[in-house]
Design a binder for this molecule. Structure first.
Ligand code: I3P
Length: 124
């Protein structure tokens, strides 16, 4: 079934290239700059890798952005972009990320899995 999300347990989802734009850094507005990032969901973080291989990331000295999902908000935000399938993560420190995939099923899969992770990590 496509588009339901959350089929895989937290910590075991990776391997998709999502378009990411960080539009706020701790409350400070950033210029929107879409970048393709290899996404990986852990039990409480969204890791955004510039390189596909984890090893390549390590060797390059950490071109990975870590989004803390505990206490975060996630919502579909069609009004924030001309692109389709855009959703936003707002962290509890006030950083805002737009995420997007042209494939609706890919976007929905990640939205569902991230929302689940937000819910489970925020309950602790
Ligand atoms: C932005 C760029 C983005 C676009 C954004 C533009 O211009 O074209 O792709 O967002 O629109 O401002 P620049 O590269 O000069 O900063 P979308 O692709 O999400 O529409 P926005 O300002 O309406 O968000």
């Amino acid at each position: 079934v496509l588009g339901v999300g959350g089929a895989e347990p937290p910590g075991e989802m990776k391997g998709d290239l999502l378009n990411v734009a960080k539009i706020s850094d701790s409350g400070k507005k950033q210029r929107k700059n879409w970048t393709g990032m290899w996404s990986e969901l852990t039990s409480d973080q969204l890791l955004l890798h510039k390189e596909k291989q984890q090893e390549a990331v390590m060797k390059a000295g950490g071109k990975t952005d870590v989004v803390q999902l505990c206490g975060a908000l996630i919502e579909w935000t069609p009004e924030k972009s001309s692109r389709k399938n855009v959703f936003q993560i707002t962290t509890n420190t006030g950083s805002e990320y737009l995420l997007q995939a042209d494939s609706q099923s890919t976007a929905s899969k990640w939205f569902g899995a991230i929302r689940k992770t937000v819910d489970s990590s925020s309950k602790l």
